[in-house]
Write a protein that binds this ligand. Sequence first.
Ligand code: DGL
Length: 268
Amino acid sequence: MAHRPIGMFDSGFGGLTVARALIDLMPNEDLVYVGDTGRYPYGSKPADEVRGYAIQIAWSLVRDFDAKAIVVACNTASAVAYDALVKEMPVPVLEVINPGARSLVQATRNKNVGVIGTVGTVSSGAYVRAVAATGADVALTSAACPGFVEFVERGQTTGDEVMVLAERLLAPVRTANVDALLLGCTHYPYLARVISEVMGPNVVLVSSADETAFAVRKALIDADLVSHETNRGEHTFLSSGDVSWFADLGRRLLGPELSDAKLWTPGK
Ligand code: DGL
């Protein structure tokens, strides 16, 4: 059981930020990653539709790849599908929202915190609930950032266009004087330089990737599922869209572990 891979998925490239953190923390674990680029973006789609995709991919990871745990490496899918996945899946399911919220409340000093995410994530209220669940005495301002994901998926992570968009979309969290801002979409760490330039040097940017990796490791330890393999794990990357594009841009974003990508077909 412990030698089986960790299964993870996102609508596209964003979950690679979580994959990077998992590979760095647990280099001996095998990993299977599905980037659903054929059906991305998730953030602007109805919750039911995203939930359906999430359940379909999670079952494929368990049935076709023998995954021992599922990591929902996407805030939108975590926000709308986590409860359903936990009920349905025969293996542990981990998500990115609660780990991110915990890091966020630890990072603030002035007690004004912000979250940015997709329309789907922000309108689900999942971060409002997750921050409240930490019990921290903080004021939370949320802002949806439609358009950011599309820039990342095109590989355009710098430049005037993305900067102009960032100035406009980040205005609410700037006005709220937040000193800690959670990148509540797994794509956003790739825009961290632009976001940081707009927010200024006194605002700490929090990414849920590292905290999620720690949560995954803890869940594997608790369930006695940690691999005892001493060699480096195998990392398999799949995409429901153009696989050569996924491999090329993915390698730029994740690093050399993403040497190639295979096709993942929905409904298989
Ligand atoms: N990376 C995803 C997230 O964390 C969603 C991007 C999208 O497909 O809209 O929310």
